[in-house]
Design a protein around this ligand. Sequence first.
Ligand code: KIV
Length: 268
Amino acid sequence: MTERKPMSLQRLLDMHASGDKITMLTCYDAAFATLLEEAGVETLLVGDSLGMVLQGQASTVPVLLDEMVYHTACVARGRKSAWLIADLPFGSYQQSPQQAWASALRLVQAGAHMVKLEGGGWTAATVRFLVERGIPVCAHLGLTPQTVTMLGGYKVQGRNEAAANLLKQHAQELVEAGAQMLVLEMVPAALAAEVTRMLPIPVIGIGAGVGCSGQVLVLHDMLNVTPGRLPRFVKNFMLGAASVQEAVRHYVAEVKAQTFPQDDLHSY
Ligand code: KIV
């Protein structure tokens, strides 16, 4: 078993600055937390994607805060060194910054180092409220699955100039409010690379091209156990791997070497 130095916010900022790519996967239980960390994954996301991949829901919308707290506690017990981020589920932070604080507190008390919330504009005040009171926040822009109905489906975001400018404005506002990480989902690779260069904080891409500070995928997607058709940004890392551990090690190696994601296969 490899002993790794615990990941910290400062190290993540340094990795962003130096161009050392950050590896992230979603994780929902203790066994996988240990396995992923042993295979070299530096940051774990207890994503509300668990609604779809664990619970069989059609979207992330029905996921409850109690469920996120339960899975965060499971992952926290299995990890030793990885940075642990937990999603604030839909309905647990939209009402007011005070509601977001009460929800985020439960995730942090379950073992999360950072909470993630979706959207730009109105979220800046909430991010500021949490960060000023000591809870690190990861923002999430681009395709935001909790509001997929408003977006009209799982579509690439920021394609035209106005949408790209709005995304950049929201990213800047979130940084000014204190966000220390940003997830960009399903945006053109050129836009994601520009946002990554523009911001002082790590930008983690999913369907956002190789120019981000790091990459994240849904664990079940990259292990090819999610039923049905997957988005083009997913790569099946079980292909050619003798075990789950080996598949995850390949993912880490490819993110570090910038051979995943590929422009022509996994990007927009
Ligand atoms: O819920 C989740 O797994 C996520 C990732 C897709 C970034 O938010």
